[in-house]
Design a protein around this ligand. Structure first.
Ligand SMILES: [Zn+2]
Length: 288
């Protein structure tokens, strides 16, 4: 009897111990599982936070880009006289196309700047340069006429100005498919176009004429590219400048510096377009 009671007690103890172990194991297992769930939840929260932060950053970036675009657009808005609001510089290159045209285009592309070219008929006729001429248009620049011969005797003394310009503009059209109406007079409109008769002819032919506000004198500065920039710096005075340059190696050499100068001064880079023409000629002829 005593033995069986002792045995019973021992069995009960065993059962209690086993039960205790099961409870403990279950308890630790639950702690472990809860911990794991909590940490994975924490990870999820962290990842969610990172994702949301990235979205926020992206939104801020997009907003900044949008604001910059609005600012640029406001700068570029046209005034009633066709001029662009804000500081604008028109870089212009005469006497091309040339063997340097592609290199000028490379720099302009690298700097994301559009420019205005005034090309000469005798050079436009050179077949090996016509691919570069097409590239000028393809890359968003403007090409106006600069006469066939660049010969002052023929243009001004023999009064071939208008016929030569018409021929040049037709040539640009043939090569590029554009229909430019702007020309620049070789050596400028003063004194060549002093005669009102020749200016009447220009008006009748329906084209416009641009001189410049800054003469960089680049063509005479072979070997002294820095002097071109110095000339430009000295002459830059107003919010709208049209800079006369040529397709010369010294100009090409200094072009990045010239662009940097205007960019640092807060100028936007304008490119001529026929629809937004404004008057800029030394004869002060409002019709041109
Ligand atoms: Zn010229």
């Amino acid at each position: 009897m005593k033995t069986s009671r002792r045995n019973k007690k021992a069995r009960i103890r065993k059962v209690r111990i086993r039960f205790g172990i099961i409870v403990l194991v279950t308890f630790f297992l639950m702690i472990f599982l809860i911990g794991k769930m909590y940490s994975s939840h924490q990870e999820g929260v962290l990842q969610q936070a990172i994702k949301q932060e990235a979205i926020k950053q992206e939104a801020i970036k997009q907003e900044a880009i949008k604001q910059e675009a609005i600012k640029q657009e406001a700068k570029q808005q046209k005034k009633s006289d066709g001029k662009t609001k804000g500081k604008v510089v028109y870089l212009t290159f005469d006497d091309g196309p040339s063997k340097l045209t592609d290199q000028f285009l490379d720099v302009l592309k690298e700097q994301n700047v559009k420019a205005t070219f005034f090309m000469q008929g005798s050079n436009l006729k050179k077949m090996n340069l016509q691919e570069s001429v097409k590239r000028v248009i393809r890359e968003g620049h403007y090409i106006g006429g600069h006469s066939m011969t660049h010969d002052s005797q023929k243009l001004y003394t023999n009064k071939q100005f208008v016929p030569e310009m018409n021929e040049t503009l037709a040539l640009i059209h043939d090569i590029t498919g554009t229909n430019p109406r702007l020309v620049r007079a070789p050596y400028g409109s003063a004194p060549g176009l002093r005669s009102e008769r020749i200016r009447n002819q220009i008006v009748e032919s329906g084209f416009k004429l641009w001189d410049w506000t800054i003469d960089s004198n680049d063509w005479r500065l072979k070997g002294h590219p820095n002097q071109i920039l110095e000339n430009i710096k000295r002459e830059t005075k107003v919010d709208m400048e049209v800079v006369l340059m040529h397709e010369k190696s010294q100009t090409l050499q200094e072009l990045t510096e010239i662009i940097t100068f205007y960019r640092d001064k807060g100028y936007a880079f304008g490119v001529y377009n026929d629809a937004d023409h404004f008057v800029l000629n030394f004869q002060n002829d409002e019709r041109l």
